[in-house]
Design a protein around this ligand. Structure first.
Ligand code: ATP
Ligand code: MG
Length: 576
């Protein structure tokens, strides 16, 4: 450590809010070069490399082959798939000296697809899985928490190419298992969540989320089963439809001053027979939607009045179309939209696309707008009095909601995305016409999967899950050094003994960080706690009496061990 390129800091960096960010900077693992752009210093780089090694070993184990593509890429490939435009501001675009457009790769589906098209032409070549561990660039709107969300970061991305759907499912399953092994080896606590509603068939996409309070992803899980899903992917269980017979006819009521759900519910409870709540009302939220390359179109989303429209869920349901709220001008241009009193009748009469929450099944009866100021329908029955154009997953998901698997209720939690596996299908092979000659002599269009692991993000995630108030606490699999050996005794024999012990441990294959600095034991102990090696050995006062101290950074336990068999004892502790 007397020569190590390392300065630890006493104070938290001013821009850091998240524990892992504070600690990785204070402990000298990383340094900020620009917003969302970080340099890796010796200790940090060793952790990064250790994570890479685990990822690489498990990818190799499923037969994936490592290659390395450029990060600097030509525009045309991304033009062919529309992503040059679709990626929006997150794409780092640049021009070369001849004025040609280039980009820094945010992910590499296009280039891998083109590569396979160029090399392979027969069904005999397939299936194949290719991967790389590479620096990616995304001009994130909100780079955050140091390396947790960078604008430059290291990702493992792999791509599978198969002849048919069964093959793709196999490649996907292989990745899923490899990821489970990777995250288990790294000691990360995580959940696998459905990332898409599965409308494309099966679990077309899943995310691996590290459980963390500071995560930006909210997911829900069932308290009584293993169901877990991204909020965007939750499919609302639809109730059975109800027969119409016996339902009272709809009636329009004067409901003065009831533009909000709360005021409407108060009116209903004061005026009508029975007890009413927000879930008896149908709220219609107006948005405009634009399909890629299309025009803006009015769309109304009908949800039970006790729920808000969750914009992220709405966007996910309408993807790849864009969604925006209506402006005052939009309302002015469509006078049939009476704010606060919008009902299904005017929407349908004016050919506004009308999508409703899955709870709005045939036979359900609603209090909803009558399209005039201060007037509402009571008893407007879905399927009898109005027929929507379809259903949409847009209503907010709440704790206590029924789990889609019917096995209990949902609770919410926060996570950090550390991996994503995705059955892409033929989106990219269609864009580049990637066919090989099939067994029967006919061309076969390949089908693809893409799979990512946030390698540099994992360093922060592990730090986030493994620290205490004193500092980092690395799991053995990724610690920069197996043993931190502190010389806390100025006596010449002790110093020489410590150096000999370090050399012996090194010779036995353990990496040792030797604190041979001219600093007080107190400073050294504090740094050892901050830096977070799993095993700390202190050559201190006890040395003359033939003992050194062995500390476990994880459990905090300390014991005196005999110098005579220190090497064997420390090896055992380091490999435990
Ligand atoms: P996020 O939702 O966190 O922005 P993403 O869905 O855009 O991630 P993918 O395109 O699926 O990410 O990328 C694969 C993996 O790369 C992610 O699971 C994540 O671990 C990692 N990753 C993505 N963006 C970043 C970033 N800005 N910084 C660090 N790691 C990232
Ligand atoms: Mg993702």
């Amino acid at each position: 450590m007397s020569t190590l390129f390392l300065r630890t800091l006493r104070d938290d960096p001013a821009d850091a809010e998240v524990p892992s960010h504070k600690l990785l900077v204070r402990a000298g693992y990383v340094r900020r070069a620009a917003p969302g752009v970080y340099s890796w210093l010796p200790l940090g780089l060793r952790v990064l490399r250790a994570v890479e090694t685990v990822v690489r070993e498990e990818m190799d184990a499923i037969g994936a082959q490592e290659i390395l593509l450029p990060a600097l890429l030509p525009r045309d490939a991304y033009e062919a798939t529309g992503r040059w435009t679709e990626y929006g501001d997150a794409l780092f675009r640049l021009k070369d000296r001849k004025g040609a457009d280039m980009l820094l790769g945010p992910t590499h589906e296009e280039i891998f697809t083109q590569l396979v098209k160029g090399e392979y032409s027969s069904y005999k070549d397939l299936p194949t899985i290719l991967y790389q561990i590479q620096t990616k660039y995304r001009d994130e709107e909100r780079p955050r928490a140091g390396i947790l969300r960078g604008r430059e970061f290291v990702m493992k991305d792999s791509y599978s190419f198969d002849l048919d759907d069964d093959g793709l499912k196999g490649s996907y399953a292989a990745h899923r298992e490899a990821y489970q092994k990777i995250f288990a080896r790294l000691g990360v606590e995580y959940v696998i969540v459905a990332a898409t509603s599965g409308a494309m068939g099966g679990s077309a996409s899943e995310e691996f989320l590290a459980v963390s309070e500071v995560g930006e992803d909210t997911y829900v899980r069932c308290v009584d089963s293993d169901y877990a899903a991204n909020v965007e992917a939750v499919v609302t269980p639809a109730p059975e439809s109800i027969p119409f017979d016996g339902l009272a006819p709809a009636q329009v009521h004067d409901t003065p001053g009831t533009p909000t759900i709360e005021s409407l519910v108060d009116w209903a409870n004061a005026t009508l027979d029975g007890q009413f709540g927000g879930s008896d009302t149908l709220k219609n939220v107006l948005v405009k939607v634009r399909e890629p390359g299309g025009e803006w179109q009015l769309t109304a989303v009908g949800v039970p009045g006790d729920r808000e429209v969750d914009f992220k869920r709405l966007e996910a349901s309408l993807e790849p179309a864009e969604v925006e709220l209506l402006t005052d001008e939009d309302f002015a241009a469509n006078p049939f939209l009476v704010k606060g009193y919008i009902g299904p009748k005017a929407l349908i009469a004016n050919e506004v696309r009308y999508l409703v929450d899955p709870r709005v099944v045939d036979g359900t009866s609603w209090i909803t707008g009558a399209d005039e100021p201060g007037r509402h329908y009571v008893g407007l029955v879905a399927g009898r009095d109005f027929t929507p154009d379809g259903t949409i997953e847009a209503a907010e998901v709440r704790e206590g909601d029924a789990s889609p698997d019917g096995k209990g209720t949902l609770v919410a939690a926060k996570g950090i995305e550390i991996g994503h596996i995705f059955q892409l299908g033929r989106k990219y092979t269609d864009a580049f016409d990637v066919d090989v000659l099939g067994e029967n002599g006919k061309p076969v269009r390949l089908t693809m999967g893409s799979y990512g692991v946030g390698v540099s993000r994992l360093v922060a995630v592990i730090a986030e899950q493994c620290h205490d108030e004193k500092g980092l606490r690395w799991p053995r699999a990724v610690a920069p050094f197996a043993v931190h050996l502190v010389i806390a005794n100025k006596d010449e024999a002790a110093v020489a003994g410590a150096q000999a012990l370090a050399a012996d441990l090194d010779a036995a294959g353990l990496s040792v960080l030797l604190d041979d600095r001219k600093a007080s034991p107190g400073v050294k102990f504090k740094d050892a706690e901050l830096l977070g090696m799993p095993v700390v050995v202190v050559v201190g006062r006890g040395y003359a009496g033939g003992t050194v101290e062995l500390r476990d950074r994880f459990t905090g336990e300390a014991s005196e061990i005999a110098v005579a068999d220190a090497v064997a004892t420390i090896i055992n502790a380091a490999r435990a």
